[in-house]
Design a protein around this ligand. Structure first.
Ligand SMILES: Cc1cc2nc3c(=O)[nH]c(=O)nc-3n(C[C@H](O)[C@H](O)[C@H](O)COP(=O)(O)OP(=O)(O)OC[C@H]3O[C@@H](n4cnc5c(N)ncnc54)[C@H](O)[C@@H]3O)c2cc1C
Length: 520
């Protein structure tokens, strides 16, 4: 992936996308597939906002059944299946346990009815996703992390998981391969209008400070929470903050869905890269879009909720990492943000600029299809969405199971541990073979960068070389989630920064500045 800012000033684009989260990425990829001349700019790194701060689930959203949002659940479940089919490396099945206690807010019968409906809305899914019923002993044996006093039984059901930041990156790479001009660290500062209609924008390269003008026939803002920067945008949406804590790994291979004793809200305990994610909170957010932080109250809420169920309580000292993101939802009267619909909407302002409002990572593909349909209608271009049955940019084109077995065998021969090779496949798809080629040339690259995480040195170097990395935190937070899932010390950061400095053209002064960006 190449970053070429000068390409933005070359000629007129059919479509300029502002914002490189999941909605921007899908929109740019979809439009490029339809043959449009596309540019996408992102003020920070790809997926640097909410699209890397999610629960990483590709799911229908079991809890939305409680708000009777059946249409949304059905749409998301269809997308779940589609993504499992076309991107098996990027989206993989994950089974959830749901305990039922004597005082559970949702009792056994209601939970079973909900799970039957969930399966029905998915169109009776394959066995690996369908729900199962467990008696008290069976459930307790399967989820020994949970207390079993007053447990009456439980269920499991299937959903799916991803690496959200890499999902966005893969789509940006796909768009770029199709000719889209994709530039991160480039901020749209002002719209250019002719007779009240937008005809382009001024952008500023955040690395050099240089400004330039982009001409575009259609413009879409997929700017997430920054939509609230305008009075009009503010009137369209309501925002809520969601926090996750990263806890030690190994607790569970399967996820757990629980309800917080404080307010009855659903939260999750999720395995991810061998660590455990605990989240999320859901509270109205009226603060600065650029300053979204985890507050002590968020930590207190999540630990209290989890410890209500865990046999071995977590304390603040166990927290390895934390992150916060902002959900954008359509404005509504609901008292609490968790009661608002997560569905998506496209708004068009008087100057012809389109705004994506709300949505989910899970359903962003189909929503982006509507965005590009609207853009095509305005352009008078009549092509249909092509993302529906198309393999992802990095999906291997041969039989997936056989391909995985081949890669894992090759990785083992090169000295890559089993867990790292699983994640290598999930992170890179068919490009995993290129990462392994690096190890074939230098066997030392097979080792992990830190003992607790399944991330190897060859991977860091490969990402630095090929994945449009501008800053060290692009590399260590989103290309690989090291800064999220571990607390690397100064020496580790120093070693990595020096390893990638020749690739990224950094001198000693820049290395120092980049390390500072990564320190808490
Ligand atoms: C806590 C939490 C958990 C969630 N969990 C899930 C989940 O498990 N599954 C799921 O499907 N969904 C989940 N969601 C919802 C999902 O994460 C969001 O719907 C999705 O990430 C929104 O994507 P987006 O592209 O609209 O916004 P963003 O990802 O926020 O992207 C907007 C981008 O626009 C850029 N931008 C803004 N202004 C400018 C400008 N002037 N110039 C250039 N760039 C600009 C920003 O830097 C940003 O990167 C969750 C949300 C939250 C908050």
């Amino acid at each position: 992936m190449q970053r070429d800012v000068a390409d933005l000033a070359r000629g007129e684009f059919d479509l300029l996308v502002c914002g490189g989260g999941i909605y921007g990425a899908w929109t740019a990829y979809d439009a490029a597939l339809r043959g449009l001349r596309v540019a996408i700019v992102e003020q920070g790194d790809w997926a640097s906002a909410t699209s890397s701060a999610s629960s990483k689930l590709i799911h229908g959203g079991l809890r939305y059944l409680e708000t009777y949002d059946f249409k949304l659940v059905k749409k998301a479940l269809a997308e779940r299946q589609l993504l499992l089919d076309v991107a098996p490396h990027r989206v993989w099945p994950l089974r959830f346990g749901v305990p039922v206690y004597r005082d559970s807010r949702v009792g056994k019968l209601r939970m079973q009815a909900g799970l039957m409906l969930y399966d029905a809305l998915a169109g009776c899914p394959a066995k690996e996703l369908a729900h199962r019923v467990f008696n008290r002993e069976e459930f307790s044996a399967r989820f020994p992390l949970l207390k079993n006093t007053a447990l009456t039984g439980g269920f499991t059901y299937g959903d799916a998981q991803t690496d959200d930041a890499r999902l966005v990156l893969e789509l940006i790479d796909g768009a770029q391969q199709l000719g889209a001009v994709c530039v991160n660290h480039c901020r749209l500062t002002t719209m250019i209008e002719v007779n009240g209609i937008a005809s382009g924008a001024t952008v500023q390269d955040q690395t050099s400070g240089e400004q330039m003008q982009i001409k575009a026939r259609q413009i879409v803002h997929t700017t997430g929470q920054w939509i609230s920067a305008t009075a009009q945008g503010k009137s369209w949406c309501r925002m809520s903050k969601g926090v996750h804590l990263v806890m030690p790994g190994g607790l569970t291979d399967e996820a757990v869905l629980l309800t917080a004793p404080q307010d009855g809200r659903v939260f999750f305990i999720l395995p991810w890269y061998g660590m455990t994610l605990l989240g999320t909170t859901d509270d109205d957010y009226r603060g600065d879009a650029n300053q979204v932080h985890v507050e002590p109250a968020d930590v207190g809420y999540l630990l209290t909720a989890a410890n209500h169920y865990l046999n071995t309580a977590w304390s603040e000292a166990d927290i390895v990492g934390r992150y916060a993101g902002v959900r954008v939802m359509q404005r509504g009267d609901a008292h609490h943000p968790s009661q608002l619909s997560r569905d998506w909407q496209l708004r068009t302002a008087d100057n012809g600029v389109h705004y994506s409002v709300g949505g989910k990572i899970t359903s962003a593909r189909v929503d982006a299809g509507h965005i590009v349909d609207t853009v095509c209608a305005r352009l008078g271009a009549g092509s249909a969405c092509m993302t529906g049955d198309r393999l992802f940019p990095w999906t291997p084109s041969t039989d997936y199971t056989a391909w995985c077995a081949g890669i894992r065998q090759q990785a083992a021969q090169l000295g890559v541990d089993e867990h790292s090779s699983l994640w290598l496949i999930r992170r890179h798809g068919e490009r995993a073979a290129d990462v392994l080629a690096g190890i074939a040339a230098d066997a030392r690259l097979a080792r992990r960068i830190t003992p607790t995480l399944p991330l190897i040195v060859a991977d860091v170097l490969y990402c630095a070389r090929t994945e449009m990395v501008v800053h060290l935190d692009d590399l260590l937070r989103r290309r690989l989630p090291l800064l999220i899932l571990a607390r690397p010390d100064h020496d580790t950061l120093h070693n990595i920064a020096h390893r990638v400095a020749p690739i990224l053209g950094w001198d000693e002064h820049r290395v120092h500045a980049e390390i500072q960006r990564c320190l808490p």
